[in-house]
Design a protein around this ligand. Structure first.
Ligand code: NAD
Ligand code: ZN
Length: 377
């Protein structure tokens, strides 16, 4: 018999998150802790939308790092990177991040600070993950969606070959610092977009959160931080807990509960030429999946109606003209199957707080969902 060596080694995954009303303040101790384990040069990339809204931010960041008093860490440069899906268009911007690490002497003990929406965090994170096979990244999410979902994850990537996140990596953040103040400049569409992920996670895991969203939809829509704050934090907590304690952080199995509504969302984003924002696409995807679940007899008509009504109350769309005819959208199911590798597995809601993986979605159910939502919109 041939010799076989087979072992399983356990690698610890540390995941630290700070929340602050104003994190970019020299006196905020989160920076000392986040930068504390690093050594040498760091570089920061700021989302162009954020840089435009907060022109003094680069200067502030230099002061914040200097005032930590950590003399083994220096911030070499603060650069701007295009915000939104523009930076995820192929490898160019991620490659620039990696190149900058080499040009500025940022090593695997140094760090990359990424300040921006989910698209910038994905691109900068991916660039940093391939430089020296992984430079530590401090994420500073600046949108509702990146604070309540994407910054909590362990994935990064860019769009390519006409598909969402076609190239990417698993790379846990060194630290995550959520700053509420930066949300003030977020355009309304992107403020609302982040709450689609809150509806998603509430449907999957927390019926009480769903009731809170229903109760506070009007206040959330009008950007009342007292109503939004607990929702954003609970949503982040649930995403983070699923990834860290759900038993499959690196997605080796085929069940992907957090991808509820996402097969359709990713397809619509691609079909729109990346013009439809992720948050809005997810809202539509959730509505489509609710109709499909109802058609398959998994979800009551009452609950399906409740989901669509909540999305609309939050100012989110449930239909896009690209859903008619439905054929191009339906291709998204096959792309999702290929992404999973092998069997299709679509998480559908059975009742608020509970879901089930479905391995077959009839074309007719998608067509009917699209028609039904066209009538609602
Ligand atoms: N890696 C993951 O696990 C994961 C999870 C969910 C979503 N995502 C990705 O995140 C992306 C969506 O991210 P998003 O919803 O945060 O939007 P976004 O990153 O696309 O940003 C939206 C727009 O808002 C601007 N912006 C960002 N913050 C701002 C601020 N504070 N003030 C003013 N303008 C600001 C940006 O410049 C951009 O124009 C998608 O590409 C999606 O695939 C990744
Ligand atoms: Zn998403």
């Amino acid at each position: 018999m041939d010799t076989v060596w087979s072992d399983v080694s356990t690698v610890p995954l540390r995941h630290r998150v700070w929340w602050a009303e104003d994190a970019l303040h020299a006196s905020n101790p989160c920076w000392q802790e986040a930068l504390g384990g690093l050594e040498g040069h760091c570089v920061a990339f700021i989302d162009s939308g954020v840089a435009q809204a907060w022109p003094a931010l680069a200067e502030r960041l230099h002061a914040v790092v200097k005032d930590t008093g950590l003399d083994r860490v220096s911030l070499r440069a603060v650069e701007t990177i295009p915000g939104g899906e523009t930076c995820k268009d192929g490898l160019a911007h991620a490659e620039r991040v990696a190149r900058t690490c080499f040009e500025l002497g940022v090593s695997r003990k140094g760090g990359v600070i990424a300040i921006g929406g989910g698209a910038v965090l994905d691109t900068v994170g991916f660039g940093a993950s391939i430089a020296h096979r992984g430079v530590p990244v401090i994420r500073v999410p600046t949108t509702t969606l990146s604070q309540d979902d994407s910054a909590m994850g362990v994935k990064c990537g860019v769009n390519a070959h006409g598909q969402k996140n076609a190239l990417g990596a698993f790379a846990a953040p060194h630290a995550v610092i959520c700053c509420e103040r930066l949300l003030a400049s977020l355009p309304l569409e992107h403020w609302l977009g982040g709450f689609s992920e809150a509806v998603k996670i509430a449907l999957l895991k927390d019926a009480d959160l769903l009731a809170t969203l229903e109760r506070d939809a009007v206040r959330i829509r009008s950007r009342d931080m007292h109503a939004a704050r607990p929702v954003l934090r609970r949503c982040a907590e649930l995403h983070r807990a699923h990834i860290l304690h759900g038993g499959d952080p690196f997605e080796q199995g085929s069940a992907r509960p957090l991808d509820h509504g996402h097969w359709a969302a990713h397809r619509l984003e691609a079909l729109s030429g990346w013009r439809l924002p992720h948050g809005q696409a997810v809202a539509i995807g959730i509505a489509i999946d609710a109709h499909i679940a109802r058609a398959l007899g998994l979800l009551s008509a009452l609950d399906a109606g409740r989901i669509v009504a909540l999305l609309r109350a939050l100012g989110l769309p449930v239909f896009h003209p690209l859903m008619q005819p439905a054929d191009p959208l339906i291709e998204g199911l096959e792309q999702f199957r290929q992404h999973l590798g092998g069997q299709l597995s679509v998480p559908l809601i059975t009742q608020p707080g509970t879901s089930r993986e479905v391995h077959e979605v009839p074309v007719r159910a998608v067509q009917e969902a699209c028609q039904g939502l066209a009538n609602v919109a």
